[in-house]
Design a protein around this ligand. Structure first.
Ligand code: MG
Length: 277
């Protein structure tokens, strides 16, 4: 039987603008509409950031609340994951929405260079975000930008600071961080399996190698992430038409590797999340 693949759609992020691609959803209404189309195309996990109406990133819990409510209504059962990333706020502001109890939240377990700045995740902040996630029963997705972050996550899992089983996303292709490299990708998988045998994982390729990571993840038994946050282009010659089109491309690719897009029930079971209400 083919192994289901959880397709994550990262709908907007905090950087791309309408100038980069008019399909980037900014307002809550646009985000809900774009996510619903992606859900209908096969995405079962939405990775969410919120913006002000002028497009600037924010970590406003009110804004997150509106988005989570809209997604619950229009995408029944879809796993909602909020970003605690560093472009939308500083320090503990980044976790202010966790009390809304979304299904999941991103958690980077270390610092790394980004294209023009340091993505700073101090030990104190990592511990605090993880403890908030435990308090509110929010499952973290570990955003691993390098190998040390995988070790840190496994250590926190063993110490009970992260509720298991771990779910880790291997991120490649961010300028100044880990490039897209097949040998390293395979080593990430081997290392994660060694440290946390029951862990699940997703591959995320940023920029032009989005599709490369989709293919590697399908081939090696992981889950996939796509969406306009990571890449606004379809290929060298044109822009991606929508989040839904990027999701459909991954869903269509599944069969080539003996995989298929997971249903919401399967995605929740694979990530040990409660069944949809
Ligand atoms: Mg993000």
């Amino acid at each position: 039987m083919s192994k289901p693949c959880i397709i994550t759609v990262a709908i907007t992020g905090s950087l791309p603008t309408k100038k980069d691609n008019p399909a980037v959803p900014i307002t809550i209404a646009e985000q809900v509409e774009s996510t619903q189309a992606a859900f209908e195309a096969g995405a079962t996990l939405a990775h969410c950031h919120v913006r002000n109406d002028d497009g600037t990133p924010t970590s406003s819990p009110e804004r997150f609340g509106q988005l989570v409510e809209g997604l619950k209504k229009h995408c029944p059962g879809m796993i909602v994951q909020v970003s605690t990333g560093g472009r939308s706020g500083a320090g503990r502001e980044r976790g202010g929405m966790l009390s809304l109890k979304p299904d999941m939240a991103s958690l980077s377990t270390g610092s790394v260079n980004f294209p023009t700045r340091v993505y700073e995740n101090s030990p104190d902040l990592v511990e605090w975000l993880a403890s908030e996630m435990l308090t509110y029963h929010v499952k973290p997705e570990i955003e691993a930008f390098d190998l040390s972050m995988i070790f840190k996550a496994a250590e926190m899992g063993k110490a009970g600071k992260i509720a298991g089983p771990l779910h880790v996303q291997f991120v490649m292709g961010v300028k100044n961080a880990m490039p897209v490299d097949r040998a390293t990708f395979e080593y990430y998988i081997t290392t994660l399996k060694r440290l946390a045998p029951d862990a699940t994982w997703t591959g995320a390729g940023i920029g032009r190698d989005q599709l490369t990571l989709n293919e590697w993840s399908l081939e090696l038994g992981g889950h996939c992430r796509t969406g306009l946050e990571d890449n606004v282009r379809w290929d060298k010659t044109k822009l991606a038409p929508s989040n839904a089109a990027l999701v459909k491309r991954v869903a269509d690719l599944c069969g080539k590797y003996g995989r298929r897009a997971a249903t919401v029930e399967e995605a929740r079971a694979l990530l040990s999340l409660p069944k949809a209400a």
